[in-house]
Design a protein around this ligand. Structure first.
Ligand SMILES: Nc1ncnc2c1ncn2[C@@H]1O[C@H](COP(=O)(O)OP(=O)(O)OP(=O)(O)O)[C@@H](O)[C@H]1O
Ligand code: SF4
Ligand SMILES: [Mg+2]
Length: 339
């Protein structure tokens, strides 16, 4: 379902463009991104390194790095345009209604504040709680994310935590004010499989019990398969395919998604070697007017549609109900392993 057409979207990103630098020397990293996330939905955002997943998350939080700016498009939370909000209004939304787990948790934690006060911050702001009122909730949250001896840990500082422990504290802090939307950027990368499973169970529980909507950014297709309702595949700053998780994982339509699946650990060859997608994600300044995947795609040649692929950018077109793909070869025969 196209983002603009999804009436039930809680978070709706439409035509989003984000670039670094000045108008004269702009490096465009998101280029017309459309994405929608419904209440109680877990949407996995996947794609190779550099495809723009973290920029999408940071744009939605209005926390783009210095030098980056939104140059076009809308980001709406329950109809409210987040880009149009002033900083004060956005500060009220951030943490309380839309929260984020960052790719590098230790950098995001304040080394001068205790773990407990950082987890308490968003809930205290949202519900105007005293430290004493927040304390039992903080301990409960730390316990929920699997922190042993939460009463003791609440008094420690982030530099005393391991990477995995810091990530769990970040998760507790992000869920502190019971946000409607959680953006989780590789939330379990630093964790061992047991803790990873525990965190995924917790996210699922928050979704089931509180209707939490989760935009889950991950490289791990096993996690996608275990938790996601829908998947959006990003390539060079745009969504190239999206649809129900089972369908995308079992019957990908876009040549890039097919290649991505083959390169994943789930698809490891019997001899243990991995398939790598030849070439690299195109840098925005080298993008042509045609399909961005064209330099790496062999399907165009197989179908004899190179000229069209080089000159025109394909639109997202329906593959089946709620499943869309951005490829001129869609529906044409002979297109099984394209890359
Ligand atoms: N501070 C920066 N200055 C210039 N370009 C940047 C900066 N940060 C990111 N980029 C560029 O923006 C593009 C998108 O980066 P982004 O971090 O969103 O990728 P990603 O999909 O999250 O990758 P990964 O899977 O490695 O986390 C990349 O081409 C990257 O090089
Ligand atoms: S539009 Fe053409 S180049 Fe792009 S993925 Fe489809 S077949 Fe390949
Ligand atoms: Mg990233």
């Amino acid at each position: 379902m196209n983002a603009q057409q999804d009436d039930e979207a809680l978070l709706r990103i439409s035509g989003l463009r984000v670039g670094f630098g000045s108008p004269k020397h702009r490096l465009t990293v998101l280029d017309g991104l459309d994405l929608s996330l419904r209440k109680r939905e877990i949407l996995a955002l996947v794609g190779e390194s550099g495809s723009g997943k973290s920029m999408t998350a940071l744009a939605a939080m209005r926390l783009l790095p210095q030098g980056a700016a939104v140059t076009a498009g809308e980001i709406r939370l329950d109809g409210q345009d987040l880009i149009a909000l002033d900083d004060k209004a956005m500060n009220k939304v951030r943490g309380a209604r839309i929260a984020m787990l960052y790719q590098q948790p230790k950098i995001m934690l304040d080394p001068t504040a205790t773990v407990g006060s950082q987890v308490a911050e968003a809930m205290r702001l949202r519900w105007n709680l005293s430290r004493a009122e927040a304390r039992p909730k903080v301990i409960g949250l730390l316990r929920d994310v699997g922190i042993p001896e939460p009463e003791l840990r609440a008094k420690s500082y982030s530099y005393q935590l391991s990477g995995g422990m810091a990530q769990r504290v970040m998760i507790a802090a992000a869920l502190s004010a019971e946000p409607e939307v959680l953006i989780a950027d590789e939330p379990t990368t630093a964790l061992d499989v047991t803790v990873q499973a525990q965190i995924l169970r917790l996210l699922r529980k928050k979704r089931d019990e509180h209707g939490l909507a989760i935009l889950l950014i991950t490289h791990d297709l096993a996690i996608v398969s275990s938790i996601a309702d829908r998947v959006a595949v990003m390539y060079a700053g745009r969504v190239v395919e999206q649809g129900p998780a089972r369908e995308i994982l079992n019957a990908p339509s876009h040549p890039y998604t097919q290649a991505l699946l083959r390169s994943s650990l789930m698809q490891a060859k019997e001899d243990g070697r991995l398939y790598a997608i030849p070439g690299h994600v195109a840098a925005s300044h080298s993008m042509t007017c045609g399909c961005r995947f064209q330099p790496r795609c062999t399907l165009a040649g197989q179908l004899g549609i190179e000229a069209q692929c080089l000159s025109d950018e394909p639109r997202l077109e329906t593959v089946s109900a709620a499943h869309e793909s951005r490829c001129w070869g869609k529906g044409r025969e002979g297109r099984v392993h394209a890359v």
